[in-house]
Design a protein around this ligand. Sequence first.
Ligand code: ADP
Ligand code: ASP
Ligand code: MG
Length: 407
Amino acid sequence: MALVVQKYGGTSMGTIERIRNVAKRVIKTYDAGNDMVVIVSAMSGETNKLVALANEVTEFPDNREYDVLVASGEQVSIALLAMCLKSMGYKAKSYHGWQIPIITDNVFSKARIEEIDDKKVRADLKEGTIIIVAGFQGVDREGNVTTLGRGGSDTSAVAMAAALKADVCEIYTDVDGVYTTDPNICTDARKIEKVSYDEMLEMASLGAKVLQIRSVEFAKKYNVDIHVRSSFNDNPGTMVTKEDKDMEAVLVSGIAYDKNEAKIAVMRVPDKPGIAAKILSPLSEANISVDMIVQNVSEDSFTDFTFTVTKADFKKALAITKESAKEVEAKDVMTDENISKISIVGVGMRSHAGVATKMFETLAKEGINIQMISTSEIKVSVVVDAKYTELAVRVLHDAFGLAGAAA
Ligand code: ADP
Ligand code: ASP
Ligand code: MG
């Protein structure tokens, strides 16, 4: 008998019929003699609707109330799945994050899980109850409801698996696994059988939303193997696991894209020490993460300071930056929301030269202009005009020989 943690995403929970399908899958594993903890997302589209409602009320919704609102999507789906299982004759019980409790820090809308109490869950499992837990939500130490950032149910699932020392952690979604690139924009994309934590971390942080980045961080830290697979068939999916020797033989394992960033440029700042800190500190104080940064110095000792933030943080970041721009005597603040970040990822890059050059040449051949570049040991990212996203992904996918028959 094993302890199995399964997570079902929004599309898998999208209709009552699909929730019934989830219930049948859960029952199949339970009937095989396993203990079951099931984490679910809100029905597809629901979280977006809630976010839109908040934005209708005010441009800058209150952080605490925003989390109370968006956490409600998962409340609906845990109840529906538990009801469904009970109507099929099984013992099931739904839990909000705070009822477990899943304790987080107090950073609303991007809270981090700090601790999970397993007492209630263990007691229920002993009774043979199937536990249904709301993904995406937690509670801070003052009792406020928090949420873990978009896509956060993946992190709830991996954190539960780590806390319970589960034997299996399965993430059920609407594609068969992790692909060489998003299968919804590149029909040649190939399913990857096995991917290392580090590669998956890069792919997730660079826009492959199939797993939330923090879920992979958790998996790596606590050594949880994640099996990403489809809730619509029984095909084996992708194992996200420790790096092994075979993985290094592949130069580039995947291409990721992210249309979810926007660019802010502080123009013509007198080039003095401390400029970067003056512009970036107020942003980090507001819990806004900056991704790519470029600073150019012109011959006349003025500098342009350009960076990207997520679209969700954009309005707030712009308001803050306009204030700092006055302080550093910048000439202007310019913005561009029509950008896309394209990245190539692979542990094989550590031991092979010329990968970045090949990427730049491939994009140049298509007339795609590169606006920003950043690199790490195992990835190269570029920012381009958003209208080139699909084209850039496809030509890079071809150039690095990623297409092929499904694994
Ligand atoms: P869920 O609702 O199950 O959490 P998501 O929509 O968050 O599902 O994630 C699954 C989606 O991730 C897929 O439908 C696909 O469009 C997208 N995706 C992006 N990059 C990849 C990739 N490299 N491999 C698989 N899916 C990807
Ligand atoms: N429902 C949340 C979202 O749409 C969390 C998740 O689906 O993982 O972001
Ligand atoms: Mg998701």
